[in-house]
Design a protein around this ligand. Structure first.
Ligand code: PMP
Length: 452
């Protein structure tokens, strides 16, 4: 109709073409796991705004908290007042779910902004300059966060000079690990294990840890290195789960050299993996970050982010060095309080674990019929890496996007991840068993269309 045509032409003429869109409908309203578009269609949402919609679309308790807060206090700038009542309520809740050693909080508006502030704290506290990040990382699009983002060239191409003093270390991408031949299980290690638990990490690759030690010896002296920043699971980089020993090894290296460990929980934190935080799954030694960054799921899609640090890290940063007009705003804090309450009351951590296993098992079944090389993730961050039709080693470029398009035509929203052909699932933590079954069914039809 003419309304839709004119909306499409306004979008084409006036919105930045530098924002990539995977679907072309106009969202009008949403509820739970579904989005309704202006053309009357109902879409099953397995992206949840890249993991932000932890409690699903428009959860009634979250909506109610926003409405109530909006009627009493919309905003009060953090540099002017000591705090607001929702901020005090949020601090209580955060202290319950974060490691006891993380006692100081700072709140901002986006993941990128929180990452930039973590870098400021690390440099300000240690008086060192270098930041070590990893291959396949994504930490955001602002200048600081962009400089530690390596998963795709286009995030940084043409924007130099970037923030200096960043060193990129190798990351274990087990499926394509260069030393996989040396692994005792040989080939079978990196193929889907039909009867295995897809969430078991597949062995430990020491090469990246050796490389990091080499970097600290030859390239970035510990006395120059402020922090190592890492996601517990690389999200945008392809849903890459580190081998079990990897994060503890980083913690140990940081301890040895007085380097701060910054864990970016923006995509996998707040219950998505089945624990409150993605780094809490590490077996054996518990690892604790020096700075933990969160955003997305913390406020069900309301713009909000923050970081938690060890007690002494703000020493050396004078008042005024951190702040911002909207950070720690009462509306965002009230939304975050309601979100955390819903996650607890509805036992969404357990749901993330159960639905994640269901999803992964379904993907492993599909791998019997279609060229899925690997199923990986934890809880409700889950991925299937595609191979090629004929079983050739490398997948056809664009094949994952073709599958998400085919799914989109069937009203299933999916996204891709990483530099390879990876389908990514980040459904709301409220997703039901029936919705996961439906998504798997539509995915099967979409794989059939693309591969056969
Ligand atoms: N860190 C991680 C791990 C992320 O996944 C993202 C967003 N995809 C960011 C930081 C940046 O967050 P924002 O888009 O809110 O700036």
């Amino acid at each position: 109709d003419s309304g839709a045509t004119s909306a499409a032409s306004v979008i084409r003429r006036h919105l930045s073409p530098a924002v990539a869109n995977t679907s072309d409908f106009i969202a009008e309203r949403a509820s739970g796991s579904y989005i309704y578009s202006t053309d009357g269609q109902k879409h099953l949402d397995m992206v949840a705004s890249l993991g932000a919609l932890s409690t699903g679309h428009c959860h009634p308790k979250v909506v109610n908290a926003i409405q109530k807060q909006a009627a009493s206090l919309i905003h009060s700038q953090q540099n002017i007042f000591a705090a607001t009542t929702p901020l005090v309520g949020l601090l209580d809740r955060m202290m319950e779910i974060t490691a006891p050693s993380l006692t100081r909080f700072f709140f901002a508006n986006s993941g990128s902004e929180a990452v930039d502030n973590a870098i400021k704290i690390a440099r300000g506290h240690t008086k060192r300059q270098n930041i070590i990040c990893f291959e396949n990382s994504f930490h955001g699009r602002t200048y600081g966060a962009m400089a530690v983002t390596t998963c795709k060239t286009y995030y940084r191409q043409g924007f130099a000079p970037l923030m200096p003093q960043v060193v990129v270390a190798p990351y274990p991408y087990c499926l394509h690990c260069k030393v996989r031949e040396a692994h005792p299980d040989g080939d079978s290690w990196y193929k889907v294990q039909p009867n295995g638990n897809p969430y078991e990490a597949r062995g430990c690759c020491n090469a990246p840890i050796d490389a990091l030690k080499w970097i600290l010896k030859q390239q970035s002296a510990p006395s120059d290195t402020a922090a190592i920043i890492i996601e517990p699971i690389m999200g945008e980089g392809g849903v890459l789960v580190p081998p079990p020993g990897f994060l503890p090894a980083l913690r140990q290296i940081c301890n040895e050299h007085g380097i701060l460990l910054i864990i970016d929980e923006v995509q996998v934190g707040v219950g998505r993996t089945g624990e409150w935080w993605g780094h809490q799954h590490v077996s054996g030694t518990a690892i604790e970050p020096d700075i933990m960054i969160f955003a997305k799921g913390i406020a069900s899609g309301f713009p909000f982010a923050g970081l938690a640090t060890r007690e002494h890290l703000f020493e050396g940063l004078s008042p005024g060095t951190m702040g911002g007009t909207y950070g720690a705003g009462p509306l965002a804090c009230a939304t975050a309080c309601a979100t955390l309450d819903v996650i607890k009351e509805e036992k969404l951590l357990d749901n993330a674990t159960a639905r994640g296993r269901q999803l992964a098992s379904g993907l492993v079944e599909l791998a019997e019929r279609y060229p899925i090389l690997d199923v990986r993730g934890r809880g409700l961050i889950c991925a299937a890496e595609l191979g090629s039709r004929g079983g050739a080693a490398s997948a056809e470029p664009g094949i994952a996007a073709a599958v998400t398009k085919a799914a989109g035509r069937r009203n299933l929203l999916l996204c891709t991840a990483g530099a390879r052909e990876v389908l990514r699932f980040l459904p709301p933590l409220t997703v039901s068993e029936g919705e996961i079954d439906k998504a798997l069914h539509i995915l099967g039809e979409s794989l059939e269309e693309v591969f056969n």
